[in-house]
Design a protein around this ligand. Sequence first.
Ligand code: SAM
Ligand code: SF4
Length: 329
Amino acid sequence: MPPQLFDSYGRGHDDLRISVTDRCNFRCFYCMPEEGMQWLPHEEVLSYEEIARLVRITTELGFVSYHLTGGEPLLRKDLDRLVRMMLQIQPGMDLALTTNGVALPQMAGKLYAAGLRRINISLDTLDAQKFFLITRRDVFGQVMAGIEAAARAGFSPIKINAVAVKGLTEQELPRFARWARETGHIVRFIEYMPLDADRSWERGKVLAAEEILEGLSAEGELELTSGHPSDPATRYRYRDGKGEVGIIASVTRPFCQACNRLRLTAEGMVRTCLFSNVEHDLKALLRGGASDAEIETWLAGVVWTKTPGHLIGQKAFVQPARTMSAIGG
Ligand code: SAM
Ligand code: SF4
């Protein structure tokens, strides 16, 4: 079924990013403060049954792509149960998980057995000390073991997401390029976005797509490969056939005009954009006895309000009050 929900700019929506928890066991500097995080009380977080209801409703509205994220989604107990519930609702859905990878040694097999096939693991460096500086947790070895566990469980290819920050990522580019070529993992670099808790983001700290491409090209000649039009990553492969990399240029080349996404926060707020300053309270409807038809009409109204795009780097830009971890990246 084609998308049923359109915004006032004619963009159809068929992709839902679901944050299953606001909690995290890392404190990445670009996402969370080092200390003082306040977590939502458990009863404020949507249950798997509530999430599954929204999945059922959006399936009826033509959504085909779903993404589980957080906070750290693997902190949520038995996430494989939610994966099963979702795949039962729409067996052919394109379902992906984004995780920091630290719990994958325990969870990768269970998630694969539940039917999950797409996994994105966040890793910004291949250097253990740098990893500690970025995440403020000394668990580099566990994350690497998590990546291996995911490969052993059957996930292939594995996508690795690295936030690209000036002064930090340049040295990582050749190392990651070689690693991608050796392992077959697809390493994707995401331009650093202003969603940090410390509000220390500056345009000058973004390692831009052009610079990333230059660094990656030093390891071999790259050629563009095609992806889905709404895939935010520009994908490249090395001409000798060994290794694929990607760049998500959210800051320097925003892909807002092709945006097909809606987001659900852990406590049941719907957001039409990572950078919007407005949230829509779905939980009040879910817990207030609204019918499926009422929720469908409400969602259509929410999507209609979506703005044309973010204004990062422009004077009018207002950083959202919430950080990436609280929205769900
Ligand atoms: N905890 C999981 C993880 O780290 O993969 C899932 C949630 S995390 C918020 C999702 C993704 O957002 C991660 O790949 C992370 O690197 C990315 N991210 C967080 N803050 C960011 C920022 N300020 N700019 C760009 N990407 C960011
Ligand atoms: Fe946690 Fe992911 Fe944010 Fe890092 S990026 S603090 S792992 S939610």
